[in-house]
Ligand binder design. Structure first.
Ligand SMILES: NC(=O)c1ccc[n+]([C@@H]2O[C@H](COP(=O)([O-])OP(=O)(O)OC[C@H]3O[C@@H](n4cnc5c(N)ncnc54)[C@H](O)[C@@H]3O)[C@@H](O)[C@H]2O)c1
Length: 281
């Protein structure tokens, strides 16, 4: 029975993951190396909960209760007693492998160790631990409190029991699960990023303007926003990094990043976060 959950990394994803676990009654230990990140995470969680309460999505009393279930720490040793851990530190392979090695030494026997990685093979992460059968991918979508989906990724050695416990947790968090085997991009990025990349190719080849590409896909296929607008939201550097993961992982030229995408990233046109991408902000 999962009661205490550790969340590693208190950034954009980590704060959202801590938020939903605490909201649904789990005791959360939120760990980060940076104290300011921990402070910022708790402030963000409180603000997001207050917004949910204002909209009537959650009762007012749940705001304080939820925040009260989150304990922050800069010491990994404080995760020794957790039943389940979700790692959401920076997407950097050597860093994640080191964190999992240390987490494996720290966490009690029997604890399940999940990673929110977007691109690093779960199988590789599991292999640095002495409990590969208890390692699994739990890929939340951004923003976590709002998005319904969690991709659950089974590593090569993930046990049926680990999978079952994780599936039950997803349901307890009032989320829906899509199960993927451990191959580059899992399900969502595998399909979404080539679509975005193809939209960039359409622009690059002069097939249509950015506005018409987005209008075509938005109104023609009933998507909430066009692919180039979405790329600006995600960040062009992130889109390029994921295309490179697919390209390197499958060694298949169909995943070749569009040269225009590469050039825009080189120019520092990263989308909304840099004020300029396919559109100006
Ligand atoms: N941002 C997204 O839309 C998104 C979506 C799905 C999955 N992810 C994945 O989630 C993970 C986190 O992404 P993010 O966007 O929240 O990043 P972020 O940069 O917002 O947060 C990363 C956090 O990790 C912390 N950190 C770095 N090194 C650490 C260490 N040695 N020990 C402890 N903490 C450390 C940083 O201080 C920071 O708070 C990545 O694996 C990413 O691929 C991101």
């Amino acid at each position: 029975m999962i009661k205490q959950v550790g969340v590693l990394g208190a950034g954009q994803m980590g704060n959202g993951i801590a938020h939903v676990f605490a909201q649904f009654g789990y005791q959360v230990v939120l760990y980060d190396i940076a104290a300011p990140q921990l402070e910022k995470a708790v402030t963000t969680i409180r603000q997001n909960l207050e917004r949910q309460a204002k909209k009537g999505a959650i009762p007012e009393a749940l705001v304080g209760e939820t925040v009260g279930r989150i304990r922050t720490t800069q010491a990994l040793a404080d995760l020794a007693a957790v039943d389940f851990a979700v790692e959401a530190v920076t997407e950097n392979e050597p860093l994640k492998l080191e964190i999992f090695r240390r987490l494996d030494e720290t966490a009690k026997a029997g604890a399940i160790l999940a990673s929110n990685t977007s691109s690093i093979p779960i199988t590789k992460i599991a292999a640095v631990t002495r409990r590969p059968e208890k390692v699994i991918g739990m890929h939340f979508m951004n923003p976590v409190p709002v998005m319904k989906l969690v991709e659950v990724i089974r590593g090569h050695a993930t046990s049926d029991e680990t999978f079952a416990v994780t599936a039950e947790l997803v349901a307890k968090l009032d989320k829906e699960m899509a199960v993927s085997q451990d191959y580059p991009g899992f399900i969502v990025n595998r399909i979404l990023m080539p679509m975005i990349n193809e939209a960039v190719f359409a622009l690059y080849e002069g097939i249509a303007t950015a506005e018409d590409i987005d209008k075509g896909m938005k109104l023609g296929t009933n998507q909430p926003m066009g692919p180039l607008t979405l790329a600006d939201f995600i960040g062009l550097d992130t889109c390029l990094a994921i295309m490179n993961v697919l390209y390197d992982g499958f060694k298949d030229p169909k995943y070749r990043p569009c040269p225009l995408l590469v050039k825009m990233v080189n120019a520092g046109y990263l989308g909304r976060k840099s004020g300029r991408g396919f559109y100006s902000y």
